[in-house]
Each structure stands twice: as structure tokens, then as C-alpha cells.
Design a protein around this ligand. Sequence first.
Ligand code: SAM
Length: 267
Amino acid sequence: MVATPIGNLGDITLRSIRVLEACDGVACEDTRVTGKLLKHLNISKPLWRYNDHSDTKDRKRLVESMATRAVVLVSDAGTPLVSDPGYRLVADARAAGVMVTSLPGPCAAIAGLTLSGLPNDRFLFAGFLPAKEKGRHDALGDLAAVDATLVFYETAPRLIRSLEAVATVLPKRSVAIARELTKLHEECRTGSPGALIEHYAAHPPKGEIVLLIAPPTGTLTEDVDTDAMLREALTEMKPSQAAGLVAKASGKDRKTLYARALELRSS
Ligand code: SAM
């Protein structure tokens, strides 16, 4: 596996270039994207399209060919397998006794984490948040008690909706938005979910994004305003669902929260 640039084409290691020059062919997500990178590096190699949904037979054939060919796996950008195809190929190749190795390099999650200024002694990378609102709320609720910085991949069109979910489920957390990393318009903006919603509503974001959420500080629940969370949740869901969501996010008792949600709804 060879990690490739996530924007700035200078971000490829000397060893990665040597391995790409020496290999017999490159398995990639999109031959046009990888073709451009190889052209930039003055390297010409056969390109084979691969993703984890590829036919099992195609994967088997690719693994079998590794008995006599040195195959490089790349993704469109960054580190293969990190929210990108490859884990089935790696698992099958290792099971077949093929020597597999990983050449480290760019990874948006790590670049975003290091730039964010959020605690990085413990972090949890959780890929993309679900596309549907309930899924997003549930996913954040499930991660609410994790004592680590949470790292997500995000897209520009969905950023505000994801921030709204953070504002509902984890309203007290600091959030960082790392955008267009290693590119001309790189920016990293930190603030409360509410402040970031305001900013991006006024300046619609473009490009690629990593969304990071600070860990719960000290005691998770004491300073959490569960009334505010319930009020916000009640604008979108029934009291029982709101109580469940806030219970997950705050660690407080679901029955008490349900009783309070009923009071708030009728007040
Ligand atoms: N495997 C890649 C890696 O190692 O970073 C990630 C692939 S994933 C399909 C694509 C997502 O990574 C984008 O939607 C975005 O969230 C993030 N990403 C990739 N490049 C980025 C960049 N230059 N700046 C910010 N985020 C980036």
C-alpha cells in the first residue's frame, strides 16, 4: 500500500516513488486520478481498477497474480483503507501468504487532528457520519461518552447539517473544521457548534473537510444543560426519542429526562 497526496503533490515520500517505479502495476480506485499522479511523477505502469465491491473472482485473480507480480495499492488520495477500499484485498493477500507492507504518508484524519489543536493523546476516527438525520444523532449519541477527540470525514454540502447534529447532541463541545488540507485554501476553524453553523451559513464551505469534536472534559455530565438539549431535540422528535438521545449524550437517567421532556413540551 502506498499513501498518496491529499492535495499538495509534493506530499509523497521518496520510498513511495521508488516503489511505484519498481512495481509491476498499480491497483487503484479510479485509473484517471492515479494516471494523473503517475504522469506527474513521470512513471508509466499498468493500472487496474479495484474496490472492495469488486467481484470476489477479480480480487482472487489479483491476489493470485501477486505470486509473480509486485502490486501497489493506492486510493484516489491519502492512505488506502482509511475510509477507502482495500481491507478485503489486504486480508486475502495476507491469508494467501503474500508479503504485504504499508508505506505511510498523507492521511486527512491525522493532518486534521494535528492541525486542530484539540487533545490528541486519544482520538477515535469514525469515518463519515450517516447521511440521515436520525443516524447522525444516534452515531453522535453512541460516541458521546468516549473520552477522546472524535474525528470524522465530511463533505461541504453536508457540513452544516452535521454541525446541527453536534449542536443538538454535544452542544458544549469545542469543534474544529479542517478544510482543504495541504491545498491553497487550507483553513482550520475552531469554535462552538453554534458559532461554526453561523459562520458556514454566511460563508458556504467548499472542498474537503475533516470535522473534529473535543473530548468531554473532566466530568462529562455535570455542566451539561440537559434542558437546552431536550428543548432542541423536542423541535425534531417525540419526548421519548428526545429523552433517549439526551440520555445517551449526557449519561443521565432516561426516565427522569422523559418526565422533564413531557413537562417542557407542555410548558
Ligand atoms: N484515505 C483518505 C485519507 O487517508 O485521508 C480519505 C479518503 S475519504 C474517501 C475522503 C475524505 O477525506 C473527504 O471527504 C474528506 O473528508 C477527507 N479529505 C481528503 N482530503 C482532504 C483534504 N485535503 N482536506 C480535508 N479533508 C480531506
